[in-house]
Design a protein. Sequence first.
Length: 279
Amino acid sequence: MTILSENRDQAKPMVPSIYRFIKRMHLFDIAAYLFLMIGGIIILLKGAEDQGYYWQWFRIPKYLYEIDEGRFIAGPILKGLKITLNLTWSSLILTYIIGLVTALMRLSNSLLARGIARVYLEITRNTPLLVQIFFMYFVVAPILDIDRFLAGVLALSLFEGSYASEIYRSGIVAVNKGQWEASYTLGLSTYQNYRYIILPQAIRRILPPLTSQAVSLIKDSSLVSVIAIYEMTMQANEIASETFLVFEIFFTIAAIYLALAITLSQIVAYFEKRYRVVS
């Protein structure tokens, strides 16, 4: 049987390594995104040309970076990108922690814990993020004596954490009931049950929606510009107000956000495929 199996495998046509690489890295999907984006740009340029708009893309690079005596100097947009990334990753970590804790509170047997979680979810999910940012900066920040960056992180984390909690809860509930019963039969405590049995299975199931939440957080981080945090959107507003390069600047910012979202999605798609749950 082993010999027949080996001969059968050898008889299969060899797939070119370049095709396997392209398929594995989802380059077909990326090419489709780029094709659509280029098509949209062409339509946009044609429309602007018909209206007599004079594009000045040649002025954009200096707002990204400059080379001075062989030294790389980041421009305002790249400086804003650094702050955006710091803001995003700080908020993302806190979002996942808040989401997990809230989900466990909702699933607990404690009436008080479920009540607190319910109130938190109702408030954060039914009020605009912009209002929450203002409340965190003008009301909570002076009381806690925190700076605007931390106020922005807390506002984003609390808002996104409310949605992440439902994702966690759905993943935990989706774990087969037999897994719970088997773990308790083995004498595992509730903590050990979640730590070693339930959460590893649940997290594998909820990777795609958690990724969508992370992408949403990247885009929502632009709203903290209203409290004068100089991330990318704030830098873009400053540049556009001084140069009147509104379309060029904001299309550049949009392309950077798109690149961040696609990169994150592809990374998570790789891990999702690697650690796929077999039902």
